[in-house]
Design a protein around this ligand. Structure first.
Ligand code: RIB
Length: 310
């Protein structure tokens, strides 16, 4: 197993509208239901890129939870470490405007029960890399990050859901932290990107990758920074784009690509994701990613994605 993913599983219900106006009635142009949650989305995105992975998460005991399990397994995600509890499965209601922007409403449900005592630490014997989403209970995220690093794993953290009560110091054990602009400023309590990044690097994070949506992404280490512009694509729905980004970046790291290629690959995966509706449905397969890279003249990067095994 190459990657162990710790994160949420949700049922996402999408409402597509022209514009959202608080306090008013809306006519939806369409609706959609998808498996969501950053844990499930990242695991499915990894599986679509042919990266062996297992998901550690919590679901309910209802029939919807069973259907989700079957769908994850069909995608090739390892489901043996997904546990169930007497709670409803996590749910997110997502309003997407015609410019692709989304507004979310969350019910944590079973996700809130992924406490440290539920973790089977033998995952550390089976993987090379660990993905952690901060939206799971913070004690769990903190312990997993620390133990994974101490056991020599590559640790990638998506800080979505980073609560104000968490010490930034928790991230000292992370190799890569990948926030969007808003998350970065909130978690560091800064108002400028450069200062916020410095704060994260100062606690010991190896590299900070800032997802900038339509402006691409910038990677920062102590020694350098590198920016990749976003591809010019038709934006339909931005939900799940960050998760497709995460998965492609982890694939690049497992393939020992340099940080520049890793960033290019991640930006390409998120470009494809925003052209599709839904969350886990939106991430690209390895073939689609390769095809896209070739169409953009990135032949050698496309070749590197196909080469070797994990
Ligand atoms: O990253 C997108 C995800 O965030 C959605 O699938 C939704 O469930 C929320 O957790």
């Amino acid at each position: 197993m190459s990657v162990t993913v710790f994160g949420k599983i949700n049922i996402d219900t999408f409402l597509y509208v022209d514009r959202i106006h608080i306090g008013e009635n809306h006519l939806c142009t369409k609706t959609f239901t998808d498996i969501g949650g950053k844990g499930a989305n990242t695991a499915i995105a990894l599986a679509k890129l042919n990266v062996p992975c297992q998901l550690v998460a919590m679901i309910g005991t209802d029939s919807v939870s069973q259907t989700v399990l079957k769908r994850l397994e069909k995608h090739g995600v390892g489901i043996d470490s997904i546990q169930s509890c007497e709670e409803q499965i996590g749910k997110t209601f997502i309003v997407v405007e015609s410019n692709g922007r989304n507004t979310m409403f969350h019910i944590l449900g079973a996700n809130a029960h992924l406490t440290p005592d539920k973790i089977d630490w033998t995952f550390l014997e089976r993987c090379k890399a660990v993905f952690v989403q901060m939206g799971i209970p913070s004690e769990t995220a903190q312990e997993v990050i620390m133990m994974s690093k101490r056991n020599g794993k590559y640790v990638f953290v998506d800080p979505a859901g980073f609560s104000e009560t968490i010490e930034l110091q928790t991230l000292a054990y992370a190799d890569t932290v990948a926030p969007n602009e808003l998350e970065l400023l909130r978690m560091t309590k800064e108002t400028e990107i450069e200062k916020a990044v410095k704060k994260l690097l100062n606690v010991g994070v190896e590299e900070v990758v800032v997802k900038l949506g339509g402006k691409g992404a910038t990677l920062y280490t102590e020694k350098m920074s590198y920016h990749v512009d976003a591809y010019d694509v038709e934006v339909v729905d931005t939900t799940g784009a960050g998760d497709a980004f995460n998965a492609a970046y982890i694939l690049a790291k497992l393939k020992k690509m340099n940080v520049r290629d890793a960033l290019k690959l991640a930006v390409a995966a998120s470009a494809l994701a925003v052209t599709k509706v839904g969350s886990s449905s939106a991430s690209p397969t390895r073939d689609k990613l390769v095809e896209f890279l070739k169409s953009k003249g990135e032949e050698s990067l496309a070749k590197a994605v196909l080469e070797g095994s994990l």
